[in-house]
Design a protein around this ligand. Sequence first.
Ligand code: NDP
Length: 488
Amino acid sequence: MNKRNIILVSAAGAILFVLAARHFQLFKRSSSETPSYVTISLDQLKNKKNIIDIAIIGSGPAGWSAALYGARLGNYTVVIDGNLPGGQLTKTSFIENWPGFKRIKGSELMDQLASQAKSYGAEELKDIVTSVDLASWPYTIKTDEGHTLHAAALIIATGSSPRNTGIPGEMEFYGKGVSTCAICDAPFYKGKNAVVIGGGDSAAEEALQLAVYAKKVTVLVRKEVMRASAVMQQRLKSAHNIEILTDVEAERITGVDTVKAVEIRNKKTNELKVLQTDGFFIAIGHHPNTELFKGTKLLNPHGYVIVHNHTQETPMPGIFAAGDVEDSRYRQAGVAAGHGCAAAIDADRFLREVGLTGKFRDNLKKTDAYFSDFLVARAEIPMLPSLESFNEKVVSQKGIFVLDFTGKNCPTCKQQLPIIEAAASRFADSITFYKVDADEAKDLVMSLKVPKVPYVVIFKDGVRVATFNKVVSKHEFFEHLSSILSEA
Ligand code: NDP
């Protein structure tokens, strides 16, 4: 059989076919939602644009490690960032258990990893995947900004997201005292009280981060003991302003405009108590980010991507997974990175097996199949450095202006930025956009009473017309800008 032309046809009873398919490990079990087989023929790459050898969804340690290996092995490799560029690590302070580094900032580690991968040719697409068509190969990926990409091999590295408690008040006060990111918001709790819910390492981290600024931090643990590691528990005990309450459940968050209190119940005595607090930080674990693949045979009943036989292979040919999205056991950045490397090696092997390599790839490159029209450079948004420049360039001017307040240690600002950049491209003719570094332009922050970052303010003819105090979705933001424009 010619490796360049492995064609798996649908003749259900053809024994030869099944044997051949098994040989190339391309035939996978069926489910009602996904096809029972995928035809893999290099012919199917003809007349396609935006072909990617290895497309990686997710930009955490698993994603960028996969990119490093994928690109170093000579494959055209693209990482699609997703909602939180750099992943969960950008939300932690220091990492002390990454092999080889005694102590390094999570965001710094991710920047270094990404730049290492890019130095071997890996590309970054700042966009969000909205759908993946698993019905035919190459797999078609569609993105929020309207791009269509064709992945010969796909690595799912979408990680996991913080779980919510679901108690009354949680959603109502989200961004107004309820948070999942102490590293982003801790400085706003200077001299205030904060509560952290959870008994694991994340809860310990959040509490320690908050304790630097807050008057008092109370950790709510639902069991008799915390599950956080001994070293983290010791640090909590050593902090003079951290109290740990065990056997308690949070029942309701209350407040006026912002969080004022949390009602907690002692599980042993059933006593209900009202704890006055200015902040409620949630650190109760994570769930895998697999909404894109819901209902497909890629997922196990708990929603994790299935990988098997000590590989990163999923139940579908050419699709691999790495990191927290497939790992409910270890959930460590170092493990995710290792699995990312393994996924890229598996992906590279798959590409060689189907023949997307050597001369075939070189010839394909002579056409415009690999031309990546989605990697368009975005216009740089200028900075507004001070109150003086704001008065000169915004207040005294006619027109619509958007100010995006960001901070250096702010992962959610990184989430907001691609949306602002997309808006800056879309509304380039009618709206002026500025970025403001909240750590630098302190006079402007004071003047506009900016309480936290990210924070987006819109001015029209020198008058403030809208404010967003938490990450605003692209859809909502575009609609808002369009309606302001239509009133003009
Ligand atoms: P974990 O799953 O380890 O812990 C979640 C905690 O939240 C548990 O104590 C759990 O309680 C509690 N919880 C779950 N649901 C609720 C609820 N509805 N109400 C109240 N409490 C609840 O998650 P983490 O995010 O803490 O850690 C994930 C992984 O990442 C772990 O492997 C951890 O070691 C690692 N990590 C390491 C860090 C480091 O080394 N610096 C930092 C952060 C994370 P219960 O115990 O009763 O189940």
